[in-house]
Design a protein around this ligand. Structure first.
Ligand SMILES: N[C@@H](CCC(=O)N[C@@H](CS)C(=O)NCC(=O)O)C(=O)O
Length: 204
């Protein structure tokens, strides 16, 4: 959705209750996961595949032109699954001890990401590789968004140790391309999800 918004493509969203997936959705989503983009009658799944498809068919290109730069951006996008799992160990932790372990485990990985951001754009942000939003930004934004939502209560201060990640996250959460990509009900829905999962953050 962030990529659609960055490219000003008109789109229509159907939100899925993931605890009660409708049959029509299961028929088009091979792993029963969101997102799925329907292009006409053709369903596409997997965020990165969807993002790359959109980047190929709709200007402006968000991937760098140079093949080497593009490969590096893809590599950092591939790291998103690890990044999401790593942050999830913090915000989905069931108690303070588990959260502290999640924070300790995250630090060395975040340090590598901080170095990557430094190498991509030095201090000239605000986004991953400079002043324009790229596909790497679109991939990381939802997880920075969830972390920020929980960190309002968790107060880990984790990102303060990584000034470029802090600035990157702040920039992502300040653009309507990202904030407008979730439903208005997102804060309430996500808080309910944290509650259902029995997380520590939901008790604060
Ligand atoms: N690698 C997939 C992951 C998608 C994914 O995990 N989606 C989650 C929500 S963020 C989901 O649909 N979960 C429902 C389920 O697994 O039943 C992608 O990037 O599209």
């Amino acid at each position: 959705m962030i990529v659609l918004r960055a490219k000003s493509v008109d789109y229509e969203v159907t939100y899925i209750n993931l605890r009660e997936k409708p049959d029509w959705f299961l028929a088009i989503s091979p792993h029963g996961k969101v997102p799925v983009l329907k292009v006409g009658e053709v369903p596409l799944f997997e965020s990165n595949a969807i993002a790359e498809y959109l980047d190929e068919v709709v200007a402006p290109a968000l991937h760098p032109e140079d093949p080497l730069d593009r490969a590096r951006h893809r590599a950092w996008t591939d790291f998103v699954a690890d990044f999401a799992a790593m942050l999830g160990k913090i915000y989905y932790a069931k108690d303070e001890t588990a959260m502290a372990a999640g924070i300790a485990a995250a630090k060395p990985k975040l340090a590598r990401l901080e170095q990557a951001v430094a190498a991509e754009r030095g201090d000239n942000g605000p986004y991953f590789s400079g002043e324009n939003l790229c596909l790497v930004d679109a991939a990381y934004a939802p997880f920075f968004q969830r972390f920020a939502f929980c960190d309002t209560n968790l107060n880990t201060g984790l990102l303060d140790e990584f000034p470029r990640l802090r600035a990157w996250s702040d920039a992502l959460l300040a653009t309507d391309m990202v904030t407008g990509a979730v439903a208005e009900s997102f804060p309430a829905e996500y808080a309910a999800n944290l509650q259902r999962r029995g997380t520590y953050v939901a008790t604060l």
